[in-house]
Design a protein around this ligand. Structure first.
Ligand SMILES: Cc1ncc(COP(=O)(O)O)c(C=O)c1O
Length: 395
């Protein structure tokens, strides 16, 4: 019914994943596995809703006037995560990074300390620095191929640096952890104890592999809901990032007021019409497509895992519990990061996301986006194998 094997030409479509390569002087036939969008069409139900609107032909100022948009969100969160939202909590936004920047300005002052857990999605650091706040890094612990939070350090930094806000990546990009409720409670209790606000970025919540379960941070305890802002979007899940729609949930009326006042100062008012339509159609009708997609991605994951085990054991795959992003450890080759990057781009001709961009702990790693047709993934893996099979292991 859904054909995830279909290879769709994306060159010449203003795609940053594809069309930036030439501008950056990369080989013409490079295969991109970097930025986190997918090479699959959005669900047919979403495409239908969009084309109906195109046929209507008028794209005036728009917002959701009836309850159906809220109901679509409510049912999605209730059914998939057992989290019940209320209408007044919902604030639409053009994107999660936009919301994070808005929340930083709403809840902290210039010079205040904001904590993140690197290696992590790099716009977190930029959002803090671009808004003249002080970045505090609570680096994740990495041992035996698995990442964990360093709770002792987490609390010590909060106290010593007087941290006002913590940006949680739940599930975590790029290391693929789906934080357990125990871990979230450990971190959440520390934040409550020290009066630290939490932005929980849950954009990857829908990509969870069998055996794991996503927990909405704000849903765990009323105290967490009371100190937090939950950022979500249908954009990763249904491959809609170009449509610029995201939903923020804030239950605490004071935090919501601070956020909406800051939002007003940005000049943002009505959301993107096509994004809103796509979002509603996706949450109403996209569940079956998503379930099939996750099964397809799990098979892609098996493919990359097998190839590395059999042919390139010097590259370790950090087993993802969620997300379609695979964090690969190349450190056994002992190559400087710049050299590794050049080798991947010019010899293997595959474009990954270099680890150092994700901050502390990213050295020697590369992030591989596996959300593509299997044949494309296979081709990329063959290129990796051919280019790395003769490189000696140094460590
Ligand atoms: C953790 C995380 N947050 C936010 C985003 C981007 O969100 P948006 O495009 O809505 O700003 C991404 C995209 O990769 C991400 O991985």
């Amino acid at each position: 019914m859904y054909n995830f094997d279909e290879i769709i030409e994306r060159h010449g479509t203003n795609s940053i994943k594809y069309d930036l390569a030439a501008k950056k002087g990369m080989p013409e036939d490079i295969l991109p596995f970097w930025v986190a969008d997918m090479d699959f069409k959005s669900p047919p139900e979403v495409l239908k809703a969009l084309s109906q609107r195109v046929n209507h032909g008028i794209f005036g100022y728009s917002d959701t006037i009836d309850e159906s948009y809220f109901n679509a969100l409510y049912n999605w969160y209730s059914e998939r995560f057992d989290w019940q939202i209320r209408p007044e909590w919902v604030i639409k936004s053009p994107g999660v990074v936009f919301s994070i920047c808005t929340a930083i300005r709403a809840l902290t002052k210039p010079g205040d300390a904001v904590m993140i857990q690197q290696p992590v999605y790099y716009p977190f650091e930029n959002s803090v620095k671009d808004n003249d706040r002080r970045i505090i890094v609570n680096q994740l612990l990495y041992s035996d191929g698995r990442y964990e939070m360093n709770f002792d350090e987490f609390e010590r930094l909060i106290v010593e640096e007087n941290v006002k806000l913590f940006i949680l990546c739940n599930p975590h990009n790029p290391v693929g952890r789906v934080w357990t409720s125990e871990e979230l409670i450990h971190a959440g209790d520390i934040c409550v104890r020290h009066g630290v606000y939490v932005i929980s970025d849950e954009i990857h919540q829908d990509f969870i592999y069998p055996g794991y379960r996503h927990t909405v941070f704000a849903g765990l305890k009323p105290e967490y809901s009371d100190i937090s802002i939950t950022c979500t979007a249908p954009s990763k899940t249904f491959n809609l990032p170009g449509l610029q729609i995201s939903n923020v949930f804030i239950s605490n009326a004071k935090i919501r007021r601070l956020y909406t006042e800051e939002l007003r100062r940005t000049g943002y008012s009505q959301p993107n019409l096509m994004g809103m339509l796509a979002c509603q159609a996706a949450y109403e009708k996209g569940a079956q497509w998503l379930d099939k997609l996750i099964a397809y991605l799990a098979d892609n994951l098996a493919l990359i895992r097998e190839l590395l085990d059999d042919e390139l054991p010097s590259i370790s795959l950090v087993e993802p519990e969620g997300t379609y992003l695979v964090w690969l450890d190349f450190s056994r080759y002992g190559l400087p990061d710049r050299e590794l990057e050049q080798l991947l781009i010019h010899k293997a001709k595959i474009w990954l996301s270099p680890g150092p961009a994700f901050g502390a702990g990213g050295q020697g790693f590369q992030r591989f986006n596996i959300a593509c047709p299997r044949a494309v993934l296979q081709q990329g893996l063959n290129r990796l194998k051919e280019s790395f099979k003769d490189i000696g292991r140094k460590i």
